[in-house]
Design a protein around this ligand. Sequence first.
Ligand code: UDP
Length: 322
Amino acid sequence: MRALVTGGAGFIGSHLVDELIAQGYTVTVLDDLSQGKKENIAHHIPGPSLHFVEGSVTDPALVESLVSEADVVYHLAAVVGVYYVLRDPLRTIYVNTVGTEVVLRAAFQHRKRALVASSSEVYGKSDALPLSENNDGVFGPPQVTRWCYALSKALDEHLALAYCKKGLEVSVVRYFNAYGPRLDPLGYGSVIARFITQALEGKPITVYGDGSQTRSFTYVSDTVQGTILAASLPQAVGNVFNIGNGRETSVLQVAQLVKEMTGSPSPIVFVPYEEAYGSNFEESLHRLPDTSKAEKLLGFKAKVPLEEGLKRTIAWFRENMR
Ligand code: UDP
């Protein structure tokens, strides 16, 4: 089997590549290296199992030729992370919607199975916990830049389902705060990466707001398992799945855990949202997935507890932080 992984040099993408290769796939990675890093997949290069192509998912001719050679298409390439979204909303919207349309159109034309990576952001500020796939998304106004990411991902889901209606075999996964080795130590887009870096450098651990906001942090091997199941099982076609850990943790708890587990002298400090993200910012306060659909249809359940995942992630940061 040959898999095309867009965004395969990124954090989740590179772990997906590892697992697909371990399962015997030959993998082509398409990545523009804007957020992905070649070193994330360097251990497979040169090698018979991995073919790396530097390029963009917004390039229709390139995407079409790569899709035509694959059996299954994993579409993970996107602009992700609040920092990048706020820095360049136009690029976020363009890459995340046009790129997805280009990939889906090629998969449709060549009759290839496809998977689209979406996000728990599509629930926006919904407080209907736990969040199940058919819940409403609740978004702030377009003047609040943050929501362009959520809406771009919601449109991606619409595109996937619209192509499905035309006959494309596609499924969608909504990721809940994946974390693990290879997170960018700069921490753009991951509070866990930021806190570990701050703790290891002895700098203040910056909790935004009062730290009571929660996320369901999901170790990346669980994220990858859910992704492969959703792209492989026939009953997944035409469906959207929450792929996340069923445990909700506050940001303050994460800060305390990271401080304790690294043995860091760093103080935990509270930073107003305005100082962190500017005045025109809105926060998603709680994110807890209802994973019963993924459990029932895919047999998916996140396995790695936060403490274990943090242990592995901290160990990787200790070895790889420069
Ligand atoms: N956060 C924080 N300190 C930081 C970075 C992030 O308290 O230095 C908070 C952020 O406000 C949010 C949570 O951590 O409530 C998760 O942020 P992240 O960027 O990891 O993911 P997302 O907001 O996309 O879920």
